[in-house]
Design a protein around this ligand. Sequence first.
Ligand SMILES: [Zn+2]
Length: 388
Amino acid sequence: MTNRLSAREILDKLVSFPTVSHDTNLPLIDWAEAYLGSHGIATYRHPHETAPDKAAMFAHAGPDVAGAVVLSGHTDVVPVEGQPWSTDPFEVVEKDGLLFGRGTCDMKGFDALAIWAMVEAHYAGVRRPLQIALSYDEEIGCTGAPPLIESMNKVLPKGSAVIVGEPSMMGAVTGHKGGTGFHVHVRGFEVHSSIMHTGANAIMYGAKLIEWANEMNAENMAGQPGELDAVFEPPWTTVHVGMIEGGTAHNITALDCRFGLDFRFVPGDSSEDWTARARAKAAEIEAEMQAVVPETYIEMKEFFGVPALKPEEDGEAEGLVRRLTGDNAARVVSYGTEGGHFQNAGYSTVICGPGDIAQAHQPDEFLSVAQFEAGQAFMEKLIEMLKG
Ligand SMILES: [Zn+2]
């Protein structure tokens, strides 16, 4: 495999691998490694810590020096089950200027451009290096990025500016909220409701924690947004309960109540701080329950945590994308990305990728040919810049 593929041919190849988050992504990683390797680019693999059928990969093109521009993408896609697709989701089908297929928009379009750009940069003899980082498990809580970044930093000269290619219509996106979600389990004690004072109703104690969420939302809304936070809509941290279940019958105090408790943080707030506050409130409610029935408890299990991407002052990555795209609009988004993880690891980070987030995760997901071409033009300019 020494032929040089077009970006479009690479996209066709990537979409053909059904890398849904709960399935393997190894065929895609194998292929990308073999393709880059066939052009003389050394690649590195980071195996998943617990799932042997998943891996991340990264590579470096150009001189062996620090300061690379890093192209960051995820290889996993969301499921297609239950979605009415008019075409085979794992084949790129072009129709009326649109490229249909699962992941064309989110985000194999960018992945394809990044792989293409690595080969171009390699042959162009860039003076400033280009790196690629392809992760797993982004769609299930951005959990693949931290081990990938750690692994990269052990092997490659450290890059300085990261472009996360989530769909932004090739505009510069400089910030997003962070998120943390908990599965809450309140374990109560069952008695006949006529003597409820001797039991512990898990639903009614759980409701106290939910009411705390309401209070926090009202308090946050009434507060003055910080300078970093004012650009978000809404410009405050929100706490949300979207699912709840519990109870056995109307005349039994509920033994169990389970619900989700999700935070979306503005950059000025920290996940640690809000997590601590939620846990403190749960502990307070738990103490009340245990005063009645000692074996009751409240358990909070974190099931995802995505750090916010904070808009940077004179950020290098932002400056670079603005120079290459001419886009000067201030823009933040409401979806989470791996960008916050890179930023926390010391990289200047910006989001810029082809396609509209509105098409992500949809049946008949598509990326327009025009956006894909705009993405390729961006990569060409980037390589010119790296040639210095
Ligand atoms: Zn994505």
